[in-house]
Design a protein around this ligand. Sequence first.
Ligand code: ZN
Ligand code: ZN
Length: 493
Amino acid sequence: MAFRNRKAPTTDEFVVVSQGEKGGKYDPSIPAEAYATGFMEFTDTAPTIYHANHYLSKALEEHGFEYLDEREDWTDRLTKGNKFYTTRGTTTVLAFTKGKHWQPSHGAGIVGTHIDSLTCVVKPISIKEPIDDFELIGVAPYAGALSDLWWDRDLGIGGRMIVREGRGITEKLVRIPHPIARIASLAPHFGKFAQGPFNPETQKVPFIGLAKDGKLPEPTEDEKKSPVVGQHSLRLLRALSRESGVPVRDILSVELHLFDTQPAALGGIDKDFIFAPRVDNKACTYSGVYGFIEAADTVVESDSLSVVVAYDNEEIGSRSRTGAQGNILEAAVDRIFAAEDCCPDDAKKAVFWANSFFLSADVTHATNPNFSDVYMTNHKPKLNKGITVTFAPGGNMITNANTSAFVQEIARRTDNTIQYFQVRNDSPTGGTIGPYLASKTGIRGVDLGIAQLSMHSIRATIGSEDIWLGVKFFKSFFNTWREVDLEFQLGSL
Ligand code: ZN
Ligand code: ZN
């Protein structure tokens, strides 16, 4: 399918406008809106992780990054002063910029995010007997999806298909543009029957159409050549075929997700907000990748190595080959070392990790005005203000006093505002990819991110300036982390 890829405006176009100076009017000429629009286009046109992977890959290619296939040897290609990217599993994306004067002992400035979102995954055999003439589809929740927030939403279906093409087998992305599925709530008029809890296997099954006289259509002899005919709704397979141009007989396997089709929108009287699906963690991923891209031309001329990596599977614990407990980052570092004359040896790699710095970038909680007392005084992140550094004494975040001072110094030098967040002692806290990377590699780092409302809801809120504030911050990190590191004399931080 076609993708609309845009180039984000450069940070040089930033106009610093404080909330107070806006005079109550949202000025569409402010570049913040260009970034907001770019983010909304990203989350709308890339509603599944596979589409997001493709979108970011295209963006990197358009900005001069060279693709590296994990199945090939990169050793002779990793020349200094160049930009590269790779992907794993059509989900995880990793890109790096290798400065002309970089040495392994300089370490790397790394931003890590996650690209997966809560979703419902179509089951391996999703076909179901119609009930009361409704054609149903079997789905399973990924992370916390299929909660009560998924009632009565206009749900689309998309993902990837493994297809036969000529003599080969390839992967094709597909997305049906209109909402084809819905999970209907039971009207409150039914009294106790309309009160939960509801069974996610039997009472939250999406319908995708009406079966004429309760009967499903029969496949043609040609369609019967596909192994997925009989496993999934034939009408769904035919719709996927129409969208992708792949005959049903050539569809070998599908991996499909449900997603909210309502487009992201600027909201609030003066458009102070973005209302959007999949904010966690498309917001930090988009900002991190574009901040990385915008810093690349400076980094190429420098003694630094910049890396951005958007992992899969954070929402289910990161334990996969594409998750943060996998090794895509460490394998890339091994390959970068293999391209150096000096290396590899484990001692030099230990020096590399000890001199590197990691930003674990994930959304965090903005203050909710209806639940203000759930937050601690002085720990209330605001929208449209700046990146929030997060702490958790229980070890769920990697920030400490030294590493937060490091980031604070970068922010001070580059005119970025930092906020701080920690949960109350009587409140649980979420986790991030930070502890996995820190404990595997020994890297120093900070947990931080864009503050949002309604985390893990099917639709959430961030500030309309938060994406460009994020891009500006991440660009600043890639451009200045080395000079700040050279001035910090705090041992291993
Ligand atoms: Zn997250
Ligand atoms: Zn999450």
